[in-house]
Design a protein around this ligand. Structure first.
Ligand SMILES: [Zn+2]
Length: 156
């Protein structure tokens, strides 16, 4: 009822945000302790960037995460936002981590897509190791990392 008087979610977000010369659109309302904007809408406290994404693209599931290309937590410019999932985020971290640590065993570098494929697969380690030209222990590490990342993501 009162939500209608205050306008749509998109209008509320536009009203409380301000375009910056950097291209980011700053949320001018309250911020949480991590610097993300927060908005109360229809009795629900939402993250402002997540609300902006929902207003533009439709409702999200709890497992979907809205990430910033610009690394600016208070930015609500939907052009700077993209959708991630816990699986995609942790695969991305593993792919970047592998890159950062170098390939001590001379393995081919795995892309995020390959890490995801390994984690989605139920095939034997040996089969995957051969397909991706990495050791079986590399396959095992990727699968173990999935379990750890999963526990962290869902305990939040
Ligand atoms: Zn931005």
């Amino acid at each position: 009822m009162s939500a209608r008087c205050l306008g749509t979610l998109a209008e509320r977000i536009a009203f409380h945000s301000e375009a910056q010369s950097t291209g980011c659109v700053h949320w001018m309302g309250s911020l949480n302790n991590k610097g993300y904007g927060q908005i109360r809408f229809a009795g629900r406290l939402m993250l402002a960037h997540r609300a902006a994404y929902e207003a533009a693209n439709g409702a999200l599931t709890a497992a979907q995460q809205v990430l910033h290309r610009c690394d600016n937590p208070r930015c609500v410019n939907t052009e700077h936002l993209f959708l991630g999932t816990p699986a995609l985020n942790s695969a991305d971290k593993i792919a970047k981590g592998r890159h950062a640590h170098g390939e001590r065993h001379g393995h081919a570098k795995l892309s995020t897509a390959q890490v995801l494929a390994i984690r989605a697969s139920t095939e034997k380690q040996a089969v995957l190791a051969a397909r991706f030209s990495v050791s079986q222990s590399a396959i095992s590490r990727i699968r173990n990392a999935r379990r750890r990342a999963g526990a962290e993501e869902f305990s939040r």
